[in-house]
Design a protein around this ligand. Structure first.
Ligand SMILES: Cc1ncc(COP(=O)(O)O)c(C=O)c1O
Length: 361
């Protein structure tokens, strides 16, 4: 008798490689997963500790308080917000609900790897469109649309490149897509974006029946460990996802901490200002050593190494020996690059000093 076999395609999935957390040294500087080095709002920590006495109870299935808080702060319709165990879960639910064998899911060349993994898991076919200057290219994306296309995922700003599409380009992308194709604008880093022509896509969600915006509490809100994300959906798509999600997919602790975090807008503004200030500083420091750093709208930068003896792999090794962990980019098709999260001041200074030493040796 043969052993149980997964559905076709599952065994060809290359597992997602998470950012490393160890470097074999006592003290490490972890700049590998685009976490918020400043930590969450103290009000979020207080709110989650108050949940300790109620752990025997299931959470609110509808995450009402959390959705209400998000709706107030972002000025959205709470009925069309759905929360998930990280935005990862919402990406998975969307693919699961709308794509299967014979369907195609589109994303840009250096897009978030989970788009491809969830697509393969659903038995659908992942399709990547080439980027221009490390930026999603609307025309290249539209050229890849076929009658089989069901969803298009676009991280805006994108990780690992840090690049973005303007609100006008997003609109052009939406208008060029058939009505039955869902455009998913993944704004995991939206709160850090500081360009006037940037749009996280919420107006498109309100204006169409086929655009979705995803957001996360793992980045600016500093709650990666809790696994909490949310999305803003047209009514029809929200209804579909609410039918297939687990009834208790978001823990009570995550709901309480998330609501407190999102309401603490002063703290969010502080994290954004500090991160963006240090992002500018790190960019300049690295550029002054000959490392190529394209502009980034996220809480990270992409460092491109010139080659010869100055490769990304050699830099990674050099940094690891000094307890500084960054993210290698081979699986994103960017083997000459490292993605480096912006840390707190001493971490950023240690990173810049180490890379200066590496480039000078
Ligand atoms: C572009 C993008 N989307 C989504 C996610 C998933 O975030 P989470 O599942 O932690 O909400 C990440 C995480 O790094 C990301 O970079």
């Amino acid at each position: 008798m043969s052993l149980p076999q997964p559905k076709p395609g599952i065994l060809s999935i290359e597992k997602y490689v998470v950012g490393k957390s160890k470097a074999g040294t006592k003290k490490i500087i972890k700049l590998s997963s685009n976490e918020n080095a400043f930590g969450p709002s103290p009000l979020a920590i207080k709110a989650l500790s108050e949940c300790a006495g109620r752990l025997n109870r299931y959470p609110d299935s509808g995450a009402s308080e959390l959705r209400k808080a998000i709706a107030e702060v972002y000025k959205l319709d709470a009925d069309r917000i759905i929360c998930g165990a990280g935005s990862d879960e919402l990406i998975g639910l969307l693919v699961h609900a709308y794509a299967g064998e014979g369907d195609e899911v589109l994303y840009s060349q250096h897009g978030f790897l989970m788009y491809k993994i969830y697509t393969q898991g659903a038995g659908a076919t992942p399709v990547a469109a080439a980027e221009k200057n490390l930026t999603a290219d609307v025309d290249a994306l539209l050229a890849k649309v076929t009658p089989k296309t069901r969803l298009l995922f676009l991280a805006n700003p994108n990780s690992p490149t840090g690049s973005y599409l303007s609100g006008a380009e997003l609109k052009r992308l939406r208008s060029g897509l058939r009505k039955d194709i869902i455009l998913v604008v993944d704004g995991a880093y939206a709160e850090y974006a500081d360009k006037v022509d940037y749009s996280s896509g919420n107006e498109l969600v309100d204006a169409t029946h086929n655009t979705v915006m995803l957001r996360t509490f793992s980045k600016i809100y500093g709650l990666s460990a809790l696994r909490l994300g949310w999305g803003y959906f047209p009514e029809g798509i929200a209804d579909v996802l609410n039918r297939i999600r687990g009834p208790f997919n978001v823990s009570a602790i995550a709901q309480a901490a998330g609501a407190a975090a999102v309401r603490d807008t002063e703290y969010t503004a502080y994290v954004r200002a500090e991160t963006n200030k240090w992002r500018g500083w790190v960019t300049q420091e690295l550029q002054s050593t000959g490392i190529h750093v394209p502009p980034s709208l996220g809480n990270f930068i992409l460092a491109g190494f010139p080659g010869g003896k100055k490769t990304a792999a050699a830099a990674n090794q050099f940094l690891t020996e000094r307890g500084i962990i960054t993210r290698e980019m081979g699986e994103y098709g960017l083997p000459d690059c490292l993605r480096i999260t912006i840390g707190i001041e001493e971490e950023n200074r240690a990173l810049a000093a180490a890379l200066k030493e590496f480039m000078a040796q």
